[in-house]
Design a protein around this ligand. Sequence first.
Ligand SMILES: O=P(O)(O)OC[C@H]1O[C@](O)(CO)[C@@H](O)[C@@H]1O
Length: 412
Amino acid sequence: MNVDLSNVLEERVDGGLTRDKVAESGADEVDVPENVARLPERTDAGEIAEAGARLAERFDAFVNIGIGGSSLGGATVVDALAPDAPVYFVDNVDPDALARLLDSVPLRDTVFSVVSKSGRTAETVANYAVVRDALREAGVEPSENTVVTTGEASPLRDADTRATFTFADVPGRYSALSTVGLLPAAFAGVDVESVVRGGEDGAVERDAGVLDDAGRALGATNHLLGEGGVRASVMMPYAERLETFADWYVQIWAESLGKDGTGQTPVRAVGATDQHSLLQLLVDGPGDKLVTFVDPGGSEDGFVVEDEGYLNGVSLDELRSAELDATRASLVRDDVPNVRVELDGVTPEEVGELLYTYEIATVVAGRLAGVNPFDQPGVEWGKRAARGALGDDSCAEEREVVGSVKETLLRV
Ligand SMILES: O=P(O)(O)OC[C@H]1O[C@](O)(CO)[C@@H](O)[C@@H]1O
């Protein structure tokens, strides 16, 4: 994996950066806590691979029940490396969607993996309860078809399961390169040891300069451009296998950096599709965005177009590359800074390094902005308000506010 920062430089875009500014940004002094920095090293990928293989021997399908960081990392690795595997992610409260999924999987031969660091997240607890009932109705003892990954102090540790794994000691959104993100992929037969190795490849020596460390250089670049007026960060992979990575990026960027009135709005997009929706705004809108393209590199599928015109003899891969290059050029033309992350194919190592690099970039951007990239205090009130609205008197105060806002002042 390489990161091309050329199009954020002042040589390319008005208001761009200089190499010195990035190098002297202080990103090399940012202390990334060991639990995050060394997670790939500390993850026993062999053990996860075995656990996944054992489950795959017994079960025909795998359903991950978890939300946010307890889902997005796993979904990113599976969608990138085994998109056709019978692995599903229940990461919302949507009765219709859950009903359709439970109707579509062979319940008796499906393992349900409940993932929650706290063990108290309403959506996950509720979905798990519904699944337990569905298993019982199908004459299946739920504990036989359930595995749990949860924190040391979580009530889910007491759940009756066929296996309980410990949630890595990192915030959920930084847990992709641990059991949380890798068990679904291991079930799907992904080489999770290579994914973790990719993460290790992303870890550079502590005393490396900013421009020798992709994670730190990206963190510094985003922060400095933010100081220069960039208000939104668009993540636009040019491969559908990487679309879920863009969703993962939205959580880590928003939940880590959206604090104290600061933070860039992360926007997920996919190329070339969103050239036909978002691009107009990117080139002709307020000019307050940074765009990151993830170039998957060549693909094996040698589709070649037969056509009258200029497309004749062009492969789909060539068309995709030409479109990516053209879109980069059109952004430079309008002084929109953009980054290209170049993968050497969508491989386990490259996916591992991509995830790790953006974890480091997030920590560095947060520290340079003076915010804590590891907590998410802003989401707690809403959780209490929902509990209050559902009758929990310990959240009566919040319930009041919900009630006052529910009153309609203007309906059209
Ligand atoms: O793993 P848990 O504790 O169920 O939390 C799920 C998600 O909810 C959040 O706490 C936000 O509400 C995220 O940070 C986390 O990834």
